[in-house]
Design a protein around this ligand. Structure first.
Ligand SMILES: O=C(O)[C@H](O)COP(=O)(O)O
Length: 206
């Protein structure tokens, strides 16, 4: 099988566990996050996937997730490209705050808008639109050409950098993207057409 693009959000991080806004801060995975990453690798292996190249962000939780997946696959030696274009959305002034405390302070609805809307940024941070404005050009310049050349590519990144990419691949509207929430450590497997559109998509779950 070729022209495969797998997207996977990192496993649970220390700050996911503490319910803190993280963004560009750099906590590592929890034990549960390590297990989730290994399980993502097992699921991919069970279905026979193998990769030619991998991409990840400049943040530890995504890099660690990728290396655990590649370990499970016995593919430790493939090229791995790290780039901050794939980083999580910058959460600005919210980074380090507890998500429940933020809801108590600003209200449920406002916090949901900051977390899931398309073009409303959290204070001092990036909206999904801002995030897409750095993720998509990087995807088009560096990742998509690899898939179009027939290679199989895995991308280990973050909830919102991947939402930006999935919004494009799935053709979601600014209303539909509000509802999209990515689980940690769950691989999304796409096969792409020659023009870069999605021919198929499936989610691998345990
Ligand atoms: O950066 C964070 O806090 C999380 O990884 C993603 O947060 P969200 O679920 O609020 O988008």
């Amino acid at each position: 099988m070729n022209n495969v693009l797998v997207l996977v959000r990192h496993g649970e991080s220390e700050w996911n566990k503490l319910n803190l806004f993280t963004g560009w801060r750099d906590p590592d995975l929890t034990e549960k996050g390590i297990d989730e990453a290994r399980q993502a690798g097992e699921l991919l292996k069970k279905d026979g996937y193998a990769f030619d190249i991998a991409f990840t962000s400049a943040l530890t939780r995504a890099q660690h997730t990728l290396s655990l997946i590649l370990d499970e696959l016995g593919q430790r030696t493939i090229p791995v490209v790290e780039n901050q274009a794939l980083n999580e959305r910058d959460y600005g002034d919210l980074a380090g705050l507890n998500k429940d405390d933020a809801r108590a302070k600003w209200g449920e609805e406002q916090v949901h808008i900051w977390r899931r809307s398309y073009d409303i940024p959290p204070p001092g941070g990036e909206s999904l639109k801002d995030t897409a404005a750095r993720v998509l050009p990087y995807y088009e310049a560096e990742i998509l050409p690899q898939v179009k050349a027939g290679r199989n590519v895995i991308v280990a990144a973050h909830g919102n950098s991947l939402r930006a990419l999935i919004m494009k691949l799935d053709g979601l509207s600014t209303e539909e993207i509000l509802k999209l929430n990515l689980a940690t450590g769950e691989p999304y497997v796409y096969r792409l057409n020659p023009d870069g559109s999605a021919a198929s998509k499936k989610t691998l779950t345990a």
